[in-house]
Ligand binder design. Structure first.
Ligand code: 2NL
Length: 363
């Protein structure tokens, strides 16, 4: 029996089909060339490649089956040949997979590399920052230092030290945002709180400018907002007079709006200054003749100012008999409105690029 079965196997093996080595070498060589030339440049094509060559019914599997048709004396060489071929296909597959990773199938072929690139759009400075920087730069030339402070303040730095009594209407919930969890904290309503902190830590002479965001509980409209920006200034030394105040602010206006601008001071009231004055400039639109912007008066208001109230100085242990000072405050939105004719406060915080782009190139 054993003989018969061995014999029949012999017949199947040798009489049915015997694979000459040269033919196998040639065939594998052709496959290599075919694989080398394959155009595989999408993730889908990589998958097709895998199925065609490495899948369960793929070429590598089927060529491995050829081993049984190789004569015994050639088996070692054929085994090596087929193994090398298998490794070649596998490494080719890995390389193709990596090269096509992340490529979206249709796009990969649709990219026209000769097209010019997308332009990099350059941003613009925010108009309020442009104007804030201009204001600060002018006062720096007069020897003012820049000071900054917290936006969340305590009652003392924002109101108490500034001579605003407990029952002052500005402290009212309607005007001031208080911090729920900490009722004696609030969002600063002016940057005077920063000057308060400067007076607390420095001795005269003091010459500072305080730019920053402030908050008031207002209903948002074209003319009012719940936050806006201020630049306040403070100058304390011996012999500082109202004439210094006037000349400093006149210099500022000329630098900011041009030499032909006229100014006028009107008496006013602030709890932290005495005497106090508001400053108007001749209307930039009509030159003083009268128009809608100046409501036909020829003048527009731009800031408030005054001599620092002696009580404010004494609150910080500054001898009001020896030292005097002037202070002023202006709204950056207001100055920007006059400079760039922005007539709706909401534009400043809506981030509409059509608005912002108009300031392209302005530094
Ligand atoms: C306005 C008016 C003003 C001040 C701000 C000030 C600061 C200290 C002492 C005294 Cl530390 N005064 N600041 C003085 C007068 C007016 O602002 O209309 N701001 C938009």
């Amino acid at each position: 029996m054993a003989f018969i079965s061995q014999y029949s196997l012999f017949l199947v093996r040798y009489s049915f089909y015997l694979r000459p080595m040269e033919q196998l070498v040639k065939q594998i060589d052709n496959y290599r060339k075919e694989i080398e030339a394959a155009a595989v440049n999408t993730p889908e094509a990589v998958e097709e490649f895998r199925i065609k060559y490495l899948g369960t019914k793929g070429l590598v599997k089927s060529i491995m089956g050829e081993m049984k048709h190789v004569a015994n004396e050639n088996k070692k060489a054929a085994g090596q040949l087929l193994n090398e071929f298998k490794l070649f296909v596998e490494s080719k597959y890995e390389a193709l997979k990596e090269a096509n990773a992340g490529l979206q199938a249709p796009d990969a072929q649709l990219i026209d590399w000769s097209l010019p690139g997308d332009p990099i759009t350059v941003g613009t400075r925010h108009p309020l920052n442009i104007v804030r920087n201009q204001i600060v730069a002018i006062f720096k030339r007069l020897g003012f230092a820049v000071a900054e402070g917290p936006e969340i303040e305590d009652d003392w730095h924002n109101f108490g030290a500034m001579n605003l009594p407990e029952d002052h209407p500005a402290r009212d919930m309607q005007d001031t945002f208080y911090v729920n969890q900490h009722p004696s904290w609030l969002l600063r309503t002016h940057t005077s709180s920063v000057q308060a902190r400067v007076m607390e830590t420095q001795k005269p002479p003091i010459r500072v400018i305080c730019p920053g965001r402030v908050y008031r509980n207002e209903t948002i409209s074209a003319r009012a907002h719940c936050f806006f920006h201020q630049v306040e200034g403070l100058y304390i030394d011996e012999n500082v007079s109202f004439a210094d105040l006037k000349q400093t602010l006149y210099f500022f206006v000329q630098e900011m709006f041009g030499k032909s601008v006229k100014v006028r001071f009107r008496p006013s009231y602030f709890p932290f200054t005495e005497p106090s004055a508001e400053m108007d400039i001749s209307c930039l639109i009509c030159g003083g003749d009268g128009c809608n912007i100046c409501k036909h008066t020829g003048w527009v208001e731009i800031l408030g100012s005054g001599m620092v109230h002696p009580k404010v100085l004494e609150n910080f242990g500054i001898d009001s008999n020896k030292y005097t000072g002037f202070a002023f405050g202006m709204g950056v939105e207001r100055i920007t409105q006059l400079k760039y004719q922005v007539n709706d406060l909401r534009l400043y915080s809506q981030n509409d690029v059509r608005f912002l782009k108009q300031f392209t190139g302005v530094v």
